[in-house]
Design a protein around this ligand. Sequence first.
Ligand SMILES: [Zn+2]
Length: 321
Amino acid sequence: MASLSLSTASNYRGRLAPSPTGYLHVGHASTFWTAFERARDAGGVLIMRMEDLDPDRSRAEYAEAALEDLRWLGIRWQEGPALTNPDLSNPALGGPYAPYEQSRRHAFYLDAWRKLHSGGFLFPCRCSRKDLEAALNAPHEGAPQSDSESNMEPLDDEPIYPGTCRPDASKIPQPPLSPASEIAEPGSFNWRFRVPDGQVVEFVDLNLGLQRFVAGRDFGDFVVWRRDGVPSYQLACVADDAAMRITEVVRGEDLLKSTARQILLYRALELATPAWFHCRLVTDSQGRRLAKRHDALSLRTLRQRGFIPEQILSGELQVEV
Ligand SMILES: [Zn+2]
């Protein structure tokens, strides 16, 4: 699959997937610029998908700011959320795979959940966050949250699930689970994907080369649906990339492990995988990853201070944080 998008350039479909939980910063600019360049150089289509899944953390003002800041940088896309106030420099978008806001795509995610559920890949988990921490017998790891894409999803870098609610393999109901007339609903449970322990998940990243993870060791049974009715980043991302016919995913290297999880979802859903190009992350002068809390490096602030896009994209920005 990896070479498909390169050899058939006109079929290239890439995406920008900002999460409106804060202002975009220099690191996002770098990754999104790479996505823009690769789509442009391939003569392909770039879509804008707003990853506003989490109603508690997403804000309309950040979504607007993301679109505006990326356009200011010089990034253009061909499909995306329809604008309420289009003008000549800001055409009304939309496209064949609308809607392009995750908050409006619930039906797609529910459909994916049902397929996974009826395929026997999921189990309900009643553990609270406290239960999990107690079971892991360790304080919550201070692992940085993923911040380069849909980021901010607190479960993206979840610790390995201790297996509290995991049924024996033999007890996972096999299809047909229920009469066809009964439509399964997630209800108010967390649902986890049962990973095939010990299975090697390998893929060739177009930027970073061969990547290799072992299910059950590098990551455990991961959440695909939250008890508050919100699908997880992993599920929504796979459902959308497949539905939107994405051929290449460009995102930050902090999501490599998520890619391994997502490959398991692609397999379970019997969907073809896209190619991947993970970008090195931008770090600050102390070598730490940028986060949305680094306000001094937000595109908003830098614009206000008179920086121009070329400086921001040069990779040599000297800013004290
Ligand atoms: Zn559990």
